[in-house]
Design a protein around this ligand. Structure first.
Ligand SMILES: [Mg+2]
Length: 246
């Protein structure tokens, strides 16, 4: 019997993109206050700096990746010495604006009537800093207590240990096909893909269910729970509302 639902955070429960953009706008404004050389630097430059450093640092803590990206941005205008002060400005703005999507808190309230709820993230969106304090029975953060990042099996082992539940009793909900769906299923959990933006799923990824809003979760999870004893093929191919179109 399924007992536990664990949620990814960034872009699943919290609307991270506007907060990051606002943080970068603060950085750019401060750079331009500090030197005329920064007038040539654009928001697109700052956004591209994250992508430029991410590949080499993918396994690192997110805060470390962001700091490396900001260092690259500041060097564009000879402002490398201001990294500490400008990093602090970025993170203050980013966390001040990182808030739940409109469907998040109502969905959690509804689900809590029946399920044990958990949070599990690769990022640094801690519940108490993102409007989610007190919402979860357990929280798992990569890089805390030696936990690796998703999609590592040990990440999901840590999730199940925190939940006090076997993998077969846990459903993971998230927006990233590789991390939140494939990683969770390989570790023996069920996986629901949240597709808020109408994106296409790689054809080799087969979530146990797909939703476009968190509002759909109570009924979708009830369906999954009712089918818990069926073989995976039957489970994945039954139910028009939750099947994957691949
Ligand atoms: Mg996410």
């Amino acid at each position: 019997m399924l007992t536990t639902v664990v949620f990814d955070v960034d872009e699943t429960l919290v609307d991270l993109r506007p907060a990051v953009t606002a943080g970068l706008e603060v950085v750019l404004a401060q750079m331009r206050r500090l030197t005329p050389a920064a007038v040539e630097v654009t928001l697109a430059d700052l956004e591209s700096d994250w992508g430029a450093v991410f590949g080499d640092l993918a396994a690192a803590p997110v805060a470390e990746i962001r700091r490396a990206a900001l260092a690259r941005s500041l060097e564009r205008a000879g402002l490398g010495a201001h990294l500490d002060e400008i990093s602090a400005m970025f993170f203050a703005r980013r966390f001040a604006l990182t808030r739940p999507f409109a469907d998040t808190l109502p969905a959690l309230a509804a689900l809590r009537q029946r399920w044990t709820l958990g949070l599990a993230t690769n990022g640094n969106s801690r519940a108490e800093r993102c409007g989610l304090a007190g919402e979860f029975a357990f929280e798992v953060y990569a890089h805390c207590d030696g936990v690796p990042k998703k999609p590592a099996p040990d990440f999901y082992a840590a999730v199940c240990a925190a939940a006090g539940a076997d993998p077969a009793k846990v459903v993971h909900v998230g927006d990233n096909p590789a991390h939140d769906v494939v990683g969770a299923q390989r570790a023996g959990l069920r996986a629901v893909w949240l597709n808020r933006r109408g994106e296409r799923l790689p054809t080799d990824v087969l979530p146990d269910a797909v939703v476009t809003t968190l509002t759909e979760l109570p009924s979708v999870l009830a369906d999954l729970s009712g089918e818990a004893d069926l073989p995976p093929f039957i489970r994945r191919c039954s139910g028009e509302t939750s099947r994957v179109d691949v």
